[in-house]
Design a protein around this ligand. Structure first.
Ligand code: SF4
Length: 702
């Protein structure tokens, strides 16, 4: 930490990395952030992790885009890093007027020649609520359809699908801080120590004061040291394991009959379905002893207060929605919803993925998850939006949009702050789609891998340079404040989107994000009693029941927002992974983040401290696997799937099962998503990032 001499001003804002939503104080001297402190936000109470504390300097990186850019007429064919030594060589600088005219002109031409459905948009969970709202409005109002999505499709879309179906709301039922009142907590398919580090400190404190922490994951993740039960089950066996746990609860009569009768429906069907999942039959499939399954079931069901947390190990499967259905059923049958110390909590990834989803940045829902197919909902929005008509048909999702480019159904895209050239599964397929687009507008702070394919690049603002609200995993809406001006000619994202909209013929007159928030509040019941003015003074958790209510940390204590007020049990059948290991690809690939790097690495790999700690693409293998390969830790291995190959440094890690390899996905030089399987869950349309068949060999570059 520094002292008061080290800075000339301090600005309170929110960490731009994960969904925990830690509040920070940015210490600024001469328009440079010199250090960051944690402050007393509702989610972090002063705590920060290494990213929040040391990952701020990317905003000052010399790679920041400072002028609008237009692809040169003589540029080579579109591709990734056409000239790595001189990455901007295939673009020329332009004025904002020229760049905005070119950006809007290309999209408008496609609208006229091919129809509005030939244009799609990817917004960003890194931008503010107001920017997400404007982005989805631009696509819907400007192009008349719903081909707008963002990275929620790649993280918790299946969790949201299951929650909407069975609970009637896509957000958490309780804040993670409620664990302080719990007796037992299940953490499944999540590695909070690396991915939600400040939330993990609350989980560790819970265990230290005697709470029972049941950790379930195919990798022996960091919380195992604090776990009363560590179930390192076989990858893909989640539904079998969870159904077996619920079988025991039914078999031994441990369920909460009173709660089930009062608040749920479809219990008899669930009960009948679970009869086929005796732990003795599932033990071999899951790799977990039947007695351990019974013990976990008894521990969770007999506790007075229990919570369930999950991450992308649950959601990123073709059976991701079924995994979440199981978790919802487990909580419901034990009556572990709606009271202090109980609840369902999918740990959201990006800093504003909850808010961007709430704001309607998804192809099937308008703001507040109001269905696009509902005529009344559409006409209410059309009225607020000045009579704009748009399609009742659900739009395409992230991976479907890339397929539609290959099929010539989509020819233009506006991409704001997303990096599909790194983040999509089977990324070579996505890159080929980006190269094929007739017109691509990218708005970002760096020349991302995706921006390499752009026709027009619009230089935008980092979080420390903008005003706007964000919503964390706890449903807490918080204010982000600008600490710095954007570099060069870069501008705030909302203002760029407004200028683009005007050039597309939309009658937009916003002059400040607060005006956008006011419009959102008119269309979103979840924001009732929450105003911009309130947020300038305090964080508010939605729902807020009155102008003085700081918000409700726990919801659904007296029924659910579904027809009849009841939550639903939806039985989940076992669906195997899309591709299973065979003689040619005998091992299992799984992917994820690591503590120091964030997603596609565009920010954290430009942060000195974080990149110094983790500078190199790597994968983790069990020591016995390394021995079999004849590879020492630190040497290179080659990973090959049906979609491609990468070479990267091997690490020894006993937490990884002998038939698995874990690959972090932040490294462009060995992009994990060259390997991953694009097969999607039929409900949430989320790709199966957590399971692919892979071959591992000694690398050539030893
Ligand atoms: Fe930022 Fe998440 Fe770390 Fe908090 S836990 S400091 S929000 S990255």
């Amino acid at each position: 930490e520094g002292d008061s001499q080290d800075y000339d001003r301090e600005v309170e804002s929110v960490c731009p990395f994960c969904g925990v939503g830690c509040q920070v104080s940015l210490k600024v001297k001469d328009d440079r952030i010199v250090y960051v402190d944690g402050i007393d936000g509702p989610a972090n109470e002063g705590r920060l992790c290494v990213k929040g504390r040391f990952g701020f300097d990317y905003v000052h990186h010399p790679h920041r885009l400072t002028k609008p850019l237009i692809r040169r007429d003589d540029a080579p064919a579109k591709g990734l890093n056409v000239d790595p030594a001189n990455p901007l060589s295939h673009f020329r600088e332009a004025s904002w007027e020229e760049a905005l005219d070119a950006a809007a002109g290309g999209l408008a031409r496609l609208r006229e020649t091919r129809g509005g459905a030939a244009v799609a948009g990817f917004g960003s969970a890194k931008c503010t609520n107001e920017e997400a709202y404007l982005f989805q409005k631009l696509i819907r109002q400007g192009f008349g359809h719903n081909n707008v999505d963002h990275c929620t499709r790649l993280c918790h879309a299946s969790s949201v699908a299951a929650l909407m179906e069975n609970v009637g709301s896509g957000a958490v039922t309780a804040t993670f801080n409620q664990i302080e009142h719990a007796d037992v907590a299940i953490i499944i398919g999540a590695n909070p120590v690396e991915n939600h580090p400040v939330a993990a400190t609350y989980f560790k404190q819970f265990a230290k004061r005697g709470g029972k922490l049941i950790v379930m994951d195919p990798r022996g993740v960091g919380l195992r040291k604090f776990a009363s039960h560590m179930l390192q089950f076989r990858p893909g066996a989640d539904v079998s394991l969870l159904n077996a746990i619920m079988h025991v609860i039914v078999d031994e009569g441990l369920y909460d009959e009173q709660y089930i009768q009062a608040y749920t429906e479809n219990w008899e069907a669930e009960k009948a379905h679970l009869a086929g999942f005796a732990p003795e039959d599932m033990a071999g499939i899951c790799g977990i002893d039947a007695e351990v399954i019974r013990d976990v079931a008894r521990t969770f069901a007999t506790a007075e207060r229990g919570m369930i947390f999950w991450g992308m190990g649950v959601s990123q499967h073709i059976h991701g929605t079924d995994n979440s259905r199981c978790l919802i059923s487990l909580a419901l049958m034990c009556g572990h919803v709606g009271r202090p110390g109980t609840g369902l909590h999918p740990l959201r990834g990006q800093n504003n993925v909850q808010g961007a989803s709430d704001a309607g940045l998804i192809p099937m829902f308008l703001p507040d998850y109001q269905p696009v197919g509902d005529d009344g909902v559409r006409s209410a929005f059309a009225e607020i939006w000045g009579g704009a008509e748009f399609s009742a048909e659900k739009g395409l999702t992230v991976t479907e949009i890339m397929d539609a480019v290959h099929d010539d159904r989509i020819a233009g895209m506006y991409i704001l702050g997303e990096n599909p050239a790194m983040s999509d599964p089977d990324v070579d397929h996505a890159r080929a789609a980006l190269a094929k687009l007739e017109h691509l507008v990218v708005q970002d702070i760096f020349l991302t891998e995706t921006a390499n394919y752009a026709d027009v690049i619009l230089p935008a603002s980092a979080f420390a340079e903008k005003t706007g609200t964000v919503t964390n995993t706890n449903r807490q809406v918080q204010m982000g404040r600008p600490a710095l001006p954007p570099p060069g000619e870069a501008r705030e994202d909302w203002a760029i989107t407004v200028d683009l909209a005007r050039r597309l013929g939309l009658d937009w007159s916003y002059s400040h994000p607060s005006e956008v928030f006011d419009e959102m509040a008119r269309t979103m019941k979840s924001l009732a009693n929450i105003t911009w003015e309130r947020l300038e003074g305090e964080a508010v958790t939605y729902p807020s029941l009155s102008p003085d209510d700081p918000g409700q940390p726990i919801v659904f204590g007296d029924g659910f927002p579904r027809a009849g007020g009841r939550a639903k049990f939806t039985p989940a059948a076992v669906i195997p992974p899309d591709e299973t290991p065979d003689a040619e690809y005998p091992m299992i690939l799984t992917t994820g983040r690591q503590l120091e790097h964030w997603h596609t690495g565009s920010m954290t790999r430009r942060s000195k401290v974080l990149d110094a700690v983790e500078p190199e693409a790597n994968c983790s293998l069990h020591p016995s696997t390394l021995r079999k390969l004849g590879v020492a830790a630190g040497e290179m291995v080659r990973l090959t799937t049906r979609r491609g190959s990468i070479e990267l440094m091997a690490r020894e890690d006993r937490a990884v099962a002998p038939d698995m390899v874990f690959v972090p996905f932040a490294y462009v030089e060995a992009a994990a998503n060259v390997l991953t399987n694009p097969a999607i869950d039929p409900y949430g349309k989320i790709p199966e990032f957590k399971f692919a068949a892979v071959r591992i060999e000694k690398g050539s570059a030893l």
